[in-house]
Ligand binder design. Sequence first.
Ligand code: UDP
Ligand code: MG
Length: 319
Amino acid sequence: MKNSILSIVVPCFNEEEVLPTTHHELSMLLDRLIKNEKISNKSTIIYVDDGSKDKTWGLISELNSSATYACGIKLAKNAGHQNAVMAGLMEAAKASDMIVSIDADLQDDVNVIEEMVDKYHEGFDIVYGVRSSRESDTFFKRNTALAFYKLMHVMGVKTVYNHADFRLMSKRAVEELDNYKERNLFLRGIVPLIGYSSTSVYYERHERFAGESKYPLKKMLNFALEGITSFSVTPIRFITSIGFIIAFASIFAAIYSLVSYFTGNVTSGWTSLILSIWFIGGVQLLSIGLVGEYIGKIYTEVKGRPRYNIETILNKDLK
Ligand code: UDP
Ligand code: MG
């Protein structure tokens, strides 16, 4: 157990206010885990500077030269939270056995990392950090988040409810992640697809202790849209269904307008107008949906995701 190297990946975008405290807390945690012989003393904390405009990178290099555990990766420009986490995970997997990702603002409880490590030693490859309540959130954020998870579920995207990007992954799980070549990254949706054994640990989420959220409403909406459109062709199917319904309804519209025509109480031109509006409308939507089906196929193809992921192979040494 004490030979397992842990890396903690921390994406940082303009986080000068929180970094020193964050490093203090995380190193104390690593000290404790090493003392309890749960991880190796080669364990590290990897700060990924996601193109910060403030002193974040300066602080990271300072920590790297003067403090224990601190490593740094500087991205050339702001690539977004998901890509920053991905960069950290990929670098970390080269030299560690398990990797935890956590936000720089420590809204997630660092102490449950110990529980995550225990679960890793029990044999789990993926351990999700799940918020047990959303009391520290505003009414607005709580309800929009809930609506988001529900919508994702309806769209057929498998995500872990109330789990953000605070999780532990084994080296092989991270390596598998590398086979998901898509550029529109939504880790929460991809990680469950990997399929290795997983479990959850629960914690209370705190408020950000300093600095401001880097996820304003606009980024949040983009993120939600990204999550849905990167995983689901349901919106395209929706167009096809509406097309079907309208084309079907046009039969009734036809009967109704023809009956009205023969009973004589219509203005001239009305029948042909109504008939064509319904019919053409239905046909158009159906056609768009049909084209969409092909786009949907192209979209799943270009993502080039792996078809399967082998868990174990049992071989006979044939001589
Ligand atoms: N972050 C990042 N790049 C970005 C935006 C955010 O690396 O473009 C990092 C940020 O430094 C933090 C984490 O992503 O460590 C989550 O951001 P934040 O806490 O602001 O989001 P919130 O908790 O408000 O959703
Ligand atoms: Mg935060």
